[in-house]
Design a protein around this ligand. Structure first.
Ligand SMILES: [Zn+2]
Length: 227
């Protein structure tokens, strides 16, 4: 049967043909996979940029961190927090291996991996986490190749940013919350330090985190400072 012939069977088949044709158009007939991927990438970047902008204006956590960075002499322009497509947030060569990364001096910028976020809250805790690294560098002259310095900043960032918020929310109903929250902070800090190019092994990361654990967990600046 030539393709121009009407379908031999009755209505259901011809309406199915029409449906198929429409579906092909909607899914991009003649559009390559690469073009489709690029389109999705651009959409993810726009979504991420919009969430970032909203959070910089109205998230209490992000606004608080930006204010304290400014008061410490480190103003963060909006364009220094930027969304880009990332291959995978877990293969970055930066010092943090999350959906975001702090690019230390001389950049002083935060990279957000568009398309790797589950929710606005995830973007919020990621920005806050990376801003805490920026705050540490701004205030305390961090040497990111020193594993103890890096470990301290990771403990603080994971403790204070909401990265372990799931456990924080369990606080009301569950005994043993503190232990779970601290286990989350410790695990995430070790993972990040282990991803530091200056870290030879997981054991080195664990040791660095253990060595500075007490003092850095109790250091909640700038959250305990009142201006
Ligand atoms: Zn980090």
């Amino acid at each position: 049967m030539a393709s121009s012939d009407p379908p031999s069977s009755s209505t259901p088949s011809s309406s199915f043909d029409r449906f198929l044709r429409k579906a092909q158009l909607v899914t991009g007939l003649g559009v390559t996979d690469e073009e489709r991927a690029k389109d999705l990438e651009a959409l993810n970047v726009r979504r991420c940029e919009k969430m970032k902008k909203d959070l910089m204006e109205s998230s209490p956590l992000v606004v608080f961190m930006l204010k304290h960075l400014r008061l410490s002499g480190c103003q963060v322009p909006e364009e220094n927090i930027f969304c880009v497509p990332c291959q995978s947030p877990y293969t970055t060569t930066n010092y943090t291996a999350h959906a975001g990364a702090y690019l230390p001096h001389p950049h002083g910028a935060l990279k957000l991996c568009a398309g790797h976020f589950f929710s606005t809250q995830h973007v919020e805790s990621t920005i806050t986490h990376e801003l805490l690294h920026m705050f540490d560098e701004c205030r305390f002259k961090v040497d990111w190749t020193n594993l103890r310095h890096h470990a301290c900043s990771e403990i603080r960032a994971n403790n204070l940013s909401g990265d372990c918020r799931y456990f924080r929310e369990l606080r009301r109903g569950f005994v043993g919350f503190t232990k779970q929250h601290q286990a989350c902070v410790r695990r995430r800090a070790i993972t990040s330090v282990a991803a530091n190019p200056a870290c030879p092994s997981l054991a080195h990361a664990e040791r660095a985190v253990n060595e500075v654990w007490e003092s850095c967990l109790s250091d909640t600046r700038p959250f305990d400072e009142i201006y």
